[in-house]
Write a protein that binds this ligand. Structure first.
Ligand SMILES: CC(C)(COP(=O)(O)OP(=O)(O)OC[C@H]1O[C@@H](n2cnc3c(N)ncnc32)[C@H](O)[C@@H]1OP(=O)(O)O)[C@@H](O)C(=O)NCCC(=O)NCCS
Length: 137
């Protein structure tokens, strides 16, 4: 799913994130019947150093690899995946969710309560991004 929806044509090493096998990582899947139609992952990682003083303290999780199949978009799967991540974070007493959000997904994340911090920046081979965050209570 990461290869198909997020990083087409990229080498297999680019499809694995450093925190994927962290013991507190959570890998969520959205299903329609037996069919996997969406994915996302979170794992413990502090936000970028330059923003730490401006963001809530406490344990932080980084959201990565959020994607749903084009034919099921707008049906709530992305929202369900994000809520599952937040439930996991609450179970771990974590307080800050953050991510590098693609500009094309900015309004999706804003709709779900995340806010941007800092300027737009480029991730080579993927495109423009913002750091986004949400306090988890
Ligand atoms: C971004 C993405 C995960 C959203 O998934 P989705 O399954 O369509 O999201 P949902 O259906 O749960 O949408 C939740 C809400 O956000 C809104 N929304 C979704 N995508 C949106 C967008 N691009 N702009 C504005 N609103 C959006 C939906 O309309 C819905 O609103 P509602 O609560 O009023 O009904 C999906 O479009 C995707 O996979 N995009 C390509 C990969 C990508 O860019 N991933 C993000 C990497 S940072």
């Amino acid at each position: 799913m990461r290869a198909l929806l997020l990083r087409p044509g990229q080498p297999p090493d680019n499809l694995v994130y450093p925190g994927d096998d962290h013991p507190d990582a959570f890998h969520g899947g959205a299903f329609e019947g037996e069919r996997l139609v969406g994915i996302t992952s979170i794992y413990p990682e502090a936000p970028p150093e330059m923003y730490r003083g401006q963001l809530p303290g406490g344990d932080a999780f980084r959201l990565r690899g959020m994607a749903t199949n084009p034919d099921v978009r707008g049906k709530g799967h992305g929202r369900d995946l994000l809520h599952a991540c937040i439930d996991h974070m609450r179970a771990k007493d974590a307080s800050l969710l953050w991510c590098n959000a693609r500009v094309i997904a900015l309004d999706f994340y804003k709709h779900l309560g995340l806010r941007t911090i800092g300027p737009e920046f480029e991730i080579e081979g993927i495109g423009p991004h913002y750091v986004m965050w949400k306090a988890v209570v």
